[in-house]
Design a protein around this ligand. Structure first.
Ligand SMILES: [Zn+2]
Length: 107
């Protein structure tokens, strides 16, 4: 005799997103937070991306945010110091998401 309750239970990992927020492909994803900072003497223009991204999209957002921060992040009193933290956190996220398998090419 089978137990209907056991058959109806979803697998334990069913709550983990399996689609990338950016490219919508089926992929192993990770929750990433990537930051960008633009310094303008006494002003800052911070930007943050949060979402479940695949390996490729995480790298894409990482390079865009990090290169903008690398060139334009230092130009402010507070921004000069904030930029160190932003670059460090982005790099740590990038290294972590490199361990993800690449997304499937067919939908
Ligand atoms: Zn993606």
């Amino acid at each position: 005799m089978t137990t209907p309750a056991a058959a109806a239970d979803p697998p334990a990992d069913s709550l983990v997103p399996t689609h990338c927020d950016r490219c919508r492909r089926t992929a192993t994803v990770d929750h990433v937070t990537l930051e960008q900072n633009i310094g303008a003497l006494v002003l800052r223009f911070p930007k943050r991306y949060r979402g479940y991204l695949c390996r490729e999209c995480s790298a894409h957002v990482f390079w865009r945010f990090t290169l903008i921060t690398l060139f334009f992040g230092w130009w402010g009193v507070i921004s000069f110091f904030v930029t160190f933290g932003v670059l460090y956190r982005n790099l740590a996220t990038y290294v972590r998401t490199r361990a993800l398998p690449p997304p499937r090419t067919s939908a």
